[in-house]
Write a protein that binds this ligand. Structure first.
Ligand code: MG
Length: 259
């Protein structure tokens, strides 16, 4: 299959790095933090209880599903209040969480593949999570990062994909969204009119009979190889700084290595 890809929107969790080890680290780090700063909270909410509280906060607050930071603060506030701790601990506890959340270990192929992809087309991060690419040290590969929290709605809603396309300065059909999740990433992007690429690292079976991803690879390197093979003879992507749509928004960094 061959089509024009002028820009890419890229999911983060479980696409560039696995989330499960991060989730386990967060539980551990927060518990150790509570043991040191609020032993009563640690006693009342050992790791499993804290996890249950967080899951309940998530279930009870569907209006906040696009804002995982707000949900985390709600959980921490409830745990501190219920255990009689001062709410002056809320932001320091959140900061302990956030430091652990941004310690990521990328998949072995991910950083090299990301650099190869970003050398060809502008890449924007589009994520429902609350990772901070500046803290992680990967922001130099990205034109910008758009989170569901700042946008106000989460994938698979079309509006977050469309907002990213506007900032990239390209029509929906010229932007390829890349991610691991069949519904949030692939189906969401396809319904929003973007091209879609499923990064299926686990060998999962595709279960949306009504649509198919435009591309599917078992690593991000597979996508970098495909771009090398298919973009080589296409005219270069528009210079973002000569494109009035993009310069009006002013968010793009200087492309590291314009294709
Ligand atoms: Mg993901």
């Amino acid at each position: 299959m061959s089509f024009t890809v002028r820009a890419i929107t890229l999911d983060l969790d479980d696409t560039l790095w696995p989330f499960a080890p991060i989730g386990a680290r967060i539980d551990r780090v927060l518990h150790e933090w509570m043991l040191e700063h609020s032993p009563a909270t640690a006693a009342m909410y050992p790791m499993a209880a804290m996890r249950e509280l967080r899951e309940r906060s998530f279930r009870d607050n569907p209006h906040l599903h696009h804002d995982l930071s707000a949900l985390r603060r709600l959980t921490l506030r409830e745990a501190l209040e219920a255990s009689g701790a001062g709410l002056d601990l809320l932001e320091p506890a959140y900061e302990a969480f956030y430091a652990a959340r941004n310690q990521v270990e990328c998949y072995p192929d991910a950083i090299d593949a990301l650099a190869r992809i970003a050398a060809r087309v502008p890449v924007a991060a589009v994520s429902n999570g609350n990772a901070d690419l500046e803290r992680i040290g990967l922001m130099s590969h990205f034109a910008f990062q758009l989170g569901s929290r700042e946008h106000g709605a989460a994938k698979p809603e079309a509006s977050i994909f469309h907002a990213a396309c506007v900032r990239l300065g390209h029509d929906h059909g010229e932007v390829l969204h890349v991610g691991d999740h069949p519904e949030m990433d692939v189906a969401g992007a396809a319904r929003a009119g973007l091209r879609s690429c499923w990064i299926n690292r686990t060998g999962a079976t595709w279960e949306h009979p009504e649509l198919q991803p435009d591309l599917q690879f078992d690593t991000l390197a597979g996508l970098a190889d495909w771009l090398d093979a298919h973009l080589g003879d296409l005219p270069p992507a528009d210079d973002p700084f000569s494109d009035p749509t993009v310069s009006l928004h002013g968010d793009l960094r200087t492309p590291r290595n314009p294709a």
